[in-house]
Write a protein that binds this ligand. Structure first.
Ligand code: UDP
Length: 255
């Protein structure tokens, strides 16, 4: 059994709820079945999504930790909540979304003359200001400086970690027959000031294409199935989980 008791709700986002515990250095994250897209204009309930994203994130966080990436993750919950709850270290999340793109897709193709599927070498790194009220805008260097959220050294460390995460995830997912097209991460500072990977890494936050499939829609195994009304969203997430599980050890249980 878990050696903690659940406290009050600290924060509710679109896909997760974060709860305090009786321990100051421990918070509990619940992954919800809610699916949202286009700044929450499109909404649905997808039964089982929360549990799959929780497990995929746990497996990927543990893989990254073995590769030397510091993360907020501590383990999956034991007992009743095990399927869609994880325990993490509390972090002050930096309101910057770091996106790495290995292949052109999504907003990049809407904003630049680059064809869907173009390989981006070196991978493109984009920073967005995380604020729904402003629609999570893409930042320029000057706006980033003006926001003054991180020092130049912290910014450099964020980008170093993001590129390291990309290299390690590409390697792992390649072994699963999956192409990591692009993904978004969030980073934050722990109570001791360490910069760590936070939030989640799942088909909600990554574009993943089945390498064995050529068709531009059929190859999609991520949230684009929901965004573009392709159907089979939960089945696609289940396929990603099955493949990642096959190449990773069982995730650890907290406590
Ligand atoms: N992404 C995300 N949350 C966001 C915006 C983007 O997880 O608020 C992910 C998205 O799933 C994709 C990558 O970041 O894997 C790049 O997304 P893009 O900028 O193309 O935005 P989109 O048009 O897909 O929202």
């Amino acid at each position: 059994m878990s050696r903690y008791s659940l406290g009050g709700l600290l924060y509710e986002g679109k896909a997760k709820r974060v709860f305090a515990t009786d321990q100051p250095d421990l918070v509990a994250v619940e992954f919800k079945d809610d699916a949202t897209a286009f700044n929450a204009l499109k909404k649905a309930q997808l039964a089982g999504k929360g549990a799959m994203n929780c497990r995929i994130s746990a497996l990927l966080f543990e893989h990254l930790a073995r590769c030397g990436v510091p993360t907020h993750y501590l383990g999956l919950d034991a007992g009743d909540r095990s399927s869609h709850w994880m325990l993490v270290r509390p972090v002050r999340v930096i309101p910057l979304e770091v996106v790495i793109r290995n292949v052109a897709a999504g907003s990049l193709c809407k904003q630049m003359p680059v064809e869907l599927g173009t390989l981006l070498e070196p991978p493109l790194l984009d920073l967005y200001y995380k604020d729904d009220a402003f629609g999570d805008p893409l930042l320029t260097e000057a706006r980033l400086e003006r926001l003054n959220l991180v020092s130049p050294a912290q910014r450099a460390e964020m980008e170093r970690l993001a590129r390291m995460i990309n290299t390690e995830l590409c390697g792992l997912l390649d072994r699963c027959g999956l192409q990591l097209v692009d993904f978004k991460i969030e980073l934050g500072f722990t109570q001791s000031g360490e910069l760590v990977l936070a939030d989640e890494i799942s088909p909600d936050t990554c574009r993943l294409w089945n390498r064995a499939v050529g068709d531009a829609n059929d190859r999609i195994l991520d949230k684009d199935r929901f965004r573009n009304d392709l159907g089979g969203v939960v089945e696609a997430y289940g396929e990603v989980l099955k493949r990642v599980q096959a190449v990773c050890p069982e995730p650890s249980i907290y406590g």
